[in-house]
Design a binder for this molecule. Structure first.
Ligand code: ADP
Ligand code: MG
Length: 675
């Protein structure tokens, strides 16, 4: 499908070699690139205000006739001021133009224009300087605002885009089969492009945008699916289904339906000749570890080793304890490998791994540091995977020969979003909490209630409980907030004098962090004053109360993860969110937490209220950036694109000749992301 659109933009009318270089700075190389150089916003000249109503110090659009043009005045070298007087009948306005003789000359006395600019002066004598001007009779009253670079003006870019669009025949730009365009209720590509660049009315924009957002989401999703197929190479560890009873009977509880389903999904992946590549997405406390343990059991019964990697030593130790008690009764040998072990201890474990004398190794990064070799690594599990960099994950994957891969994430993001972020993985969702889990009663209060909240916490402490007090991490010079250590000191002297107080924050050396956490776990600390470092899945069943200071500083999903630290034991649990932000928005957000305990619902609300930035910040690695689609605002379109991507893939239609233009587009998207 070669057309003029794939030529260098250099040959386009109005461009030439010099401008082509500038366009290249904007990522525009070909004519096709230019037609996808989309406006960031629009300047809407369709509803001007009377000059009388144009408020000083605001940007206004007025419609006025030029009455008189003054003689240009050179105010200093290289600075000429052009002035003219315009009127809309009842009122006059002085318009000032700096240096642009071209604009000044184009404005004719007796003609009507629409002007957009900042109004200054006073009510008696209004002025507008450096306005954007179009003729009143212009057909294009909504002007695109393009991303620019020095040397290219809105007008130049706009005109070049117009010239490019003139070359874009519908057949050259449409890359979707007609029936899909119809079924999805989309407008043709050519029409969408025209309307996005040069809409005749505001109303035309959303539908046109939707088509282009759909394009972007569909290609991204298809690209991810293609990538997933590509990483599926042969594995030597196609596993046989073992008798799972040995595992089930060693558990002190019955698995939830969701856990069973996830294990079944893993099982059928591991039976295949291709490596499993699966994400277990589940709320805090949904029991992801038991799913991981089941996979280790399956691997061990097939003579393969498993590695489970956790982001912190304390978590690794915790997983080690759970896996040991779940697996050792059925003869699966579990080992631990963490940084704080002595050289000798590590050497022993390394040797056991190399000889195949350990079936499961739980640890921190130490599991894939130099020296760690595995006799027959068949399964790699990462917990809280977003805390590991891509490089670390792939280093681990290389230790084995295409091992099965399982990742667990406790950020219960909506499925549609998960598919976009983790699109190269298959996903199992744990959407059910084990029976009998107590709800964590959550209250949002203002600082005035702090005394009462603390009195309540003390009552819990006296009854043998433990508490977390969380405050946001403090950046230097952030005066409004208290530093965690200072705050802890203040509490030790004041509200919590007589109780044992521990401090935990990100700046502590990790050995120190582990030590504090361990003491809290062992019940040697009553109150842990901390930042969000405590967020990850640490289990302290005796901790039943959490107080969060400045709660409105956190995302809802983050607060939900935080409060998941309590409510892990027999005691009824409470989470008290303190904030002095009494805005409606803040109240609305925090109310979500009081009203539901579903992490999925909460992340859905988070997405709606704050956008997807939080999820993407840490999770989006090396994905092509979205130019037009917005994962939060365009959720319907995300769903639509996903359904269609799946249909194209599952029916094999994506491989047919009719899908060639679409395939080409997917490929170019990913070439760009890699290049
Ligand atoms: P997460 O999904 O947050 O990692 P964990 O795997 O740490 O959750 O499990 C949280 C707690 O729930 C653990 O103490 C675990 O033993 C317990 N648990 C897991 N599955 C079940 C179940 N089906 N029934 C009862 N308790 C369970
Ligand atoms: Mg966990």
């Amino acid at each position: 499908m070669s057309s003029r659109l794939d030529e260098s933009v250099k040959y386009l009318k109005g461009v030439g070699p010099k401008r082509a270089e500038l366009f290249e700075k904007l990522g525009v190389k070909t004519v096709r690139d230019l037609i996808y150089h989309l406006p960031r916003s629009y300047l809407d000249f369709t509803s001007p205000v009377p000059i009388a109503a144009a408020a000083p110090e605001t940007v206004c659009i007025i419609e006025a006739e030029v009455v008189k043009k003054d003689r240009p005045a050179m105010i200093r070298k290289g600075m000429t001021v052009y002035r003219l007087l315009a009127t809309d009948g009842p009122d006059d306005i002085t318009v000032t133009i700096f240096n642009s003789q071209y604009l000044f000359d184009s404005l004719k006395v007796g003609e009507k224009y629409l002007l957009c600019g900042k109004v200054t002066g006073n009510l008696a004598r209004k002025e507008m300087s450096s306005p954007t001007v179009i003729k009143s009779c212009s057909e294009d009253k909504i002007r695109p605002n393009y991303p620019l670079t020095a040397g290219l003006s809105q007008n130049v870019v706009g005109n070049c885009v117009k010239n490019a669009l003139a070359l874009a025949l519908p057949a050259d730009v449409e890359f979707l089969p007609a029936d899909i365009v119809k079924k999805a209720g989309l407008m043709p590509e050519a029409e969408a492009l025209k309307k996005v660049h040069f809409p005749k009315s505001r109303e035309e924009i959303p539908e046109a945008r939707k088509r282009l957002a759909f394009d972007e989401l569909l290609t991204l999703r298809l690209g991810m699916m293609t990538m997933r197929e590509r990483v599926r190479s042969k594995t030597t560890f196609s596993m046989k289904r073992p008798d799972m009873e040995g595992y089930f009977s060693a558990l002190p509880f019955c698995l939830t339906k969701a856990q069973k389903r996830a294990i079944e999904e893993c099982m059928s992946d591991m039976e295949k000749e291709t490596p499993m590549n699966r994400l277990v997405l589940g709320d805090v406390g949904s029991g992801k570890t038991a799913v991981a343990a089941a996979c280790c059991y399956i691997a061990a019964k097939n003579g393969a080793q498993s590695v489970m990697m956790a982001p912190t030593e304390i978590l690794a130790r915790q997983h080690f304890a759970s896996l040991k008690s779940a697996l050792e009764p059925s003869g699966v040998r579990v080992g631990l490998l963490v940084g704080s072990m002595t050289k000798k201890q590590k050497a022993e474990v390394y040797e056991a791994c190399a000889l195949g004398e350990k079936d499961v190794i739980v640890g921190t990064h130490a599991v894939f540091q130099q020296g760690a070799e595995y006799k027959k690594l068949g399964l790699v599990i990462t917990d809280e995977q977003h805390r590991f960099g891509v490089a670390q994950r792939s280093a681990l994957a290389k230790k084995g020969k295409d091992p099965h891969r399982l990742v667990m994430s406790a950020t219960p993001i909506p499925r549609t979003l998960a598919l976009m972020i983790y699109g190269e993985l298959d996903i199992s969702v744990l959407d059910e909490l084990p029976a009998g889990r107590k709800k964590i009663e959550t209250y949002a209060v203002t600082g005035k209630m702090r005394e009462r909240a603390f009195a309540y916490v003390k009552k819990e402490l006296s009854a043998g409980g433990q508490a977390y007090i969380v405050c946001p991490a403090v950046e230097e010079g952030d005066s409004g907030l208290k530093n965690v250590s200072d705050y802890a000191k203040e509490l030790a002297k004041g509200a919590f004098s007589g109780f044992r107080i521990g401090v935990l924050h990100g700046q502590l050396p990790s050995a120190e962090k582990e030590k504090v956490m361990q003491k809290f776990k062992d019940g040697e600390i009553d109150v842990l004053v901390c930042t969000t470092v405590v967020e990850v899945g640490v289990d302290v069943p005796n901790a039943s109360v959490m107080v969060v200071e400045n709660a409105d500083r956190f995302g809802l999903s983050q607060l939900h993860q935080l409060r998941g630290r309590v409510g892990r034991g027999e005691r009824s649990s409470f989470c008290i969110l303190i904030t002095d932000n009494v805005s409606e928005e803040s109240k609305k957000r925090l109310r979500v937490l009081s009203s539901t305990s579903s992490g999925f619902e909460i992340s859905e609300a988070d997405l709606e209220l704050r956008g997807p930035g939080d999820f993407f910040g840490s999770a989006q690695h090396g994905l092509p950036p979205l130019k037009i689609a917005d994962l939060a605002a365009d959720r319907e379109t995300v769903r639509l694109a996903q359904d269609i991507a799946e249909a194209l893939f599952d029916t094999g239609r994506i491989t047919l000749p009719g899908s060639a233009p679409l395939r080409a587009r997917v490929e170019s998207l990913f070439e760009r992301a890699e290049g």
